[in-house]
Design a protein around this ligand. Structure first.
Ligand code: PLP
Length: 445
């Protein structure tokens, strides 16, 4: 590779997503060229442990040539036909059938090309469901602060982080937010069960204030990811669905990160023992080898939306792309053959126990995680939980310190998020923990 030329072209032409574009123009890109297992290599030949699995998605690890072969074979045979006009392809049909085995409370699946499209689809199915049920006023969507559901307008409105909303308004109306089950800052010293009761009461009050007859769905990540990695307190996923059911509000589980093994079971609904009316997924369904996402719905939802006098006016050109679906099937076969959710549970425990040792550090306020998704929250002052100001550039310093030591993780001013491929080994988790400890020592020396 001509790295210098690539960097020059990047700066001249590549408009990076979710990036401080000015800062990028000063630092340039880290150009990545190859991956094998849990590791990736940059254009200069340096290898890194991929402690973020790409973007929470390379669940089966890098360099699986069987996925490349499946994609090439499907492209040669039939690169594209839609699932529109009553047509379908074998991979789209077979993947929908496979998913109904993995999520047995869902009977039907529609595909998209990613997480945001999946959540748009889920939100629109929920509204459509109520419109066809004779309650067209049930349109509002409740989500949680700190939620990340993607950046298309509907998913963005459901996203609970003001930084993503600023300067992109007006957002579509009808989206409400309740508190995240974020014990570190939102629990005022209650027991875990009282904290759940407090969150339940807030949801009840919100529903009461708005009127249940105006609310279509509640959308939530079983474990909040990008917004700050928040595993729910014990009992949360028993109490919340009961409230929704009582008020006839559909539950949408956003399993874009948690699906396909990351929390220690194939889906987090199994990890936490609840069942959503609609599940959205993406990322791990293909381990990122090609873009794919989708939603699953229950037979009850499907029965309503498939009414004889209506046409479901929603879908994308690439809803059920045959190459993506073929890779999805092969990727799920790898997850099942290697039982990778079990490794996620085992290595996730090792990771969390190791991260807990970092709590002695003067600037580590909290560590938390579930399966192979975890976070080290850094604070300027542990007694007041005061966060670092962006001007202190802590995120950039943590990124430089970890990358220098050969680890890719997601660093920002509030901490370090970790989400390695589900194939990660015991030795690699130890390596990651030791790099994290050394990096924190360097940045906060
Ligand atoms: N939902 C969750 C929980 C996510 O973490 C993400 C992306 O990180 C999305 C939705 C959006 O997915 P995409 O970026 O594929 O649109």
């Amino acid at each position: 590779y001509n790295t210098e030329k690539l960097i020059e072209q990047d700066l001249a032409h590549l408009f990076h997503p979710v990036t401080n574009l000015y800062r990028h123009s000063q630092t340039g890109p880290l150009v990545m060229v190859e991956g094998k297992g849990s590791r990736v290599k940059d254009a200069g030949g340096k290898w890194y442990l991929d402690g973020f699995a790409g973007l929470w998605n390379v669940n089966v690890g890098h360099g699986r040539s069987e996925l490349a072969e499946v994609a090439a074979e499907q492209m040669r045979r039939l690169a594209f036909q839609p699932t529109f006009f009553g047509m379908a392809t074998p991979p789209a049909i077979e993947l929908a059938a496979k998913l109904s085995e993995l999520l047995p409370h869902h009977s039907h699946f529609q595909f998209t090309s990613g997480g945001a499209e999946s959540n748009e689809t889920a939100i629109k199915i929920a509204r459509y469901y109520w419109a066809l049920s004779g309650q067209p006023q049930k349109t509002k969507i409740i989500s949680r602060r700190m939620a990340y559901h993607g950046i298309a307008m509907g998913a963005l409105a459901a996203t609970g982080m003001p930084a993503y909303h600023a300067d992109f308004g007006p957002l579509p109306p009808g989206f409400l937010h309740v508190s995240a089950p974020y014990a570190y800052r939102n629990n005022p010293g209650l027991s875990e069960s009282d904290f759940v009761a407090m969150l339940a009461q807030e949801l009840e009050q919100t529903i009461g204030r708005e009127g249940p007859e105006t609310i279509a769905a509640f959308i939530a990540e079983p474990v909040q990811g990008a917004g700050g990695l928040v595993p729910p307190p014990e009992g949360y996923w028993q109490v919340i669905p009961q409230i929704l059911k009582k008020h006839q509000i559909l539950l949408i589980a956003d399993e874009v990160i948690t699906g396909f093994g990351r929390t220690g079971k194939m889906f987090a609904q199994e990890t936490y023992g609840f069942q959503a009316d609609i599940t959205s997924f993406a990322k791990g369904v293909t381990s990122g080898y090609v873009p794919l996402g989708g939603v699953g719905v229950t037979p009850e939802v499907y029965a309503v939306v498939s009414r004889p006098d209506r046409m479901f006016m929603h879908g994308f050109t690439y809803s059920g792309h045959p190459v993506a679906c073929a890779v999805g099937l092969a990727n799920i076969a790898i997850l099942e053959r290697e039982r990778l959710w079990e490794n996620a549970a085992l290595r996730g425990e090792q990771l969390l126990r190791g991260l807990e040792r970092l709590l002695d550090h003067p600037n580590v306020g909290d560590v938390r995680g579930k399966g192979l998704m975890a976070l080290v929250e850094v604070v300027e002052d542990k007694s007041t939980k005061k966060s670092f100001a962006p001007s202190q550039g802590i995120g950039a310093k943590l990124q430089a310190a970890t990358r220098k030591r050969g680890l890719i993780v997601r660093c920002n001013d509030t901490g370090i998020a970790i989400s390695p491929p589900l194939i990660i080994t015991e030795a690699e988790v130890d390596e990651m923990l030791s790099i994290l400890a050394d990096s924190l020592d360097e940045v906060f020396a």
